[in-house]
Design a protein around this ligand. Structure first.
Ligand code: ADP
Ligand code: MG
Length: 234
């Protein structure tokens, strides 16, 4: 299904969210790089999919009620063999049943393990006065504790995107810190601009959360994504 179909179908069905698999598909169709995640409904399917993708892989729970998947043991990283995939699959289902017994499990996502990079986040939320606003920041502890983020109103110009990236306090980290790989600021700018275009074209979207994106010297990939839809009226 193309971008418009996945989105349009979810809107028609009066749904509130796109899951990780759907959100990533929609974003990739909009030109934003993400790891490709596949939804499976059984261990057999998970093993088959892992074989197709190639090891190591990542498994995650897919449930509309679970927003913070890793908090409840719903994310298993770096699975190197069929045996590890099988154990992780069972552990995820058991963890969800123990910690979120009321959650409906829609399936499990299988994706390749991305090489680690500088973690950044991008998001969109709607301001009652200004409408859609994009957010950029460093991922992990820096964004949670220090709230080191920047905002611009949609639509973004290239200059807006550039300023958003440069004005965060953690900017030197993106330039490469103590021998760490620098992040391509140009790719980050391109991604913010694509996100801005995408948001402008889709007013039915209420919120977008790309957390985290792994930024590299030569590109980036969003490893987690979530799209929230406006409530259907009429
Ligand atoms: P949640 O935010 O719901 O807890 P995520 O999908 O963000 O779950 O996964 C938790 C963490 O696992 C991420 O912050 C990232 O560090 C790591 N991660 C997730 N997906 C991948 C992947 N495909 N490759 C490498 N690391 C990943
Ligand atoms: Mg996440």
């Amino acid at each position: 299904m193309t971008e418009s179909r996945v989105l349009a179908k979810a809107v028609e069905e009066g749904r509130q969210f796109l899951n990780e698999v759907e959100s990533k598909q929609v974003l990739r169709d909009a030109g934003i790089d993400t790891t490709e995640a596949y939804l499976v409904g059984s261990l057999e399917e998970a093993l088959k999919q892992a074989g197709k993708i190639g090891f190591p892989v990542v498994l995650k729970v897919i449930s509309a009620q679970i927003v913070h998947k890793s908090d409840i043991g719903g994310v298993k990283l770096g699975l190197k063999t069929q045996e590890e995939v099988a154990a992780a699959y069972d552990e995820i289902i058991a963890a969800v049943k123990a910690k979120e017994p009321s959650a409906t499990i829609d399936g499990v996502s299988v994706q390749g393990m991305a090489r680690s990079g500088t973690e950044v986040i991008m998001g969109m939320s709607k301001d009652p006065q200004f409408g859609p606003v994009l957010m950029f920041g460093l991922g992990g502890i820096l964004v949670e504790v220090l709230k080191d983020v920047s905002f611009r109103i949609v639509p973004l110009t290239r200059r807006d995107a550039r300023e958003m990236i440069h004005e965060i306090k953690g900017y030197p980290i993106l330039e490469g810190y103590r021998g760490q790989e620098p992040a391509s600021v140009e790719k980050l700018e391109d991604t913010l601009l694509k996100l801005s275009e995408f948001v402008e074209a889709h007013q039915e979207i209420k919120e977008i959360d790309l957390n985290p994106i792994f930024a590299y010297q030569d590109g980036l990939t969003a490893v987690d994504a979530r799209i929230i839809l406006e409530e259907k009226t009429g």
